[in-house]
Ligand binder design. Sequence first.
Ligand code: ADP
Length: 257
Amino acid sequence: MPMIQAKNLWKTYGNTVVLERMNLSVNAGEFITMVGTSGCGKSTFLKMLLGMESPSSGQLLLDGQAIPNEPDQARGIVFQQYSVFPHLTVLQNVIIAREFEHSPLLGTLFGTKKRAVIDEAKSLLASVGLSHALDRYPHELSGGMKQRLAIAQALIRQPRILLLDEPFGALDPGIRADMHQLILKLWQEHKLTVFMVTHDLSEGFYLGTRLWVFDKLRHDPQAPGAYGANITYDLPVGKRAAQIPDDIQARVQAATE
Ligand code: ADP
């Protein structure tokens, strides 16, 4: 059974149709990259996968069941805006992400359980390259380091699905290249299924196993909200990117500008 399926999925806000007639199927382990013009519904789709938003009609299924109406441990998310707690150290930021899950009201763990979580957090921080910064506060970190921390926060809950909303959009190109290697490593080590929104087409081609282009097939100039976007291209990418014909690449580029 596919891990994620959409069946005639629609999302509307009031009279505005954001996404329409989406039908798709994603297997565990895929790395989906998503591009498209700003405002065409990519983040909305991620929010539905997370459970922050629900479908207006149709179905969005995880393992054949409707996605729960609230975020849970199966899905972790990293946003472009740094979402770390400013008053906590790097290590504390990761531990608290885990504590919330174990003890949502008290936010506190004790004894051996606490030690196990600390060890787990340290090992995760090592794997994202932050071992040397455990006791630093977020204002002492670079943008790239903050995103490494945000990724560790998302992964400490051992999600099966990682949702990335332009996580590297604010980073310098050199730093972004390091983050690409990191995310590919984590995708494999943690056996994740990844959905990543990017505005950078080459990033989408390079990182994904599959690239989705979101676009509107129907337009009404008199009523811009009358129709929603759908996936207009669904392309195998990644290692095969070199074989994608130039004309397809040019058409994808045109659809996202
Ligand atoms: P993208 O991520 O592709 O830039 P979004 O998913 O953020 O696009 O937004 C898609 C459309 O949905 C936009 O027109 C946006 O204004 C609208 N939208 C998103 N969230 C809401 C909301 N909570 N209420 C009303 N409209 C919304």
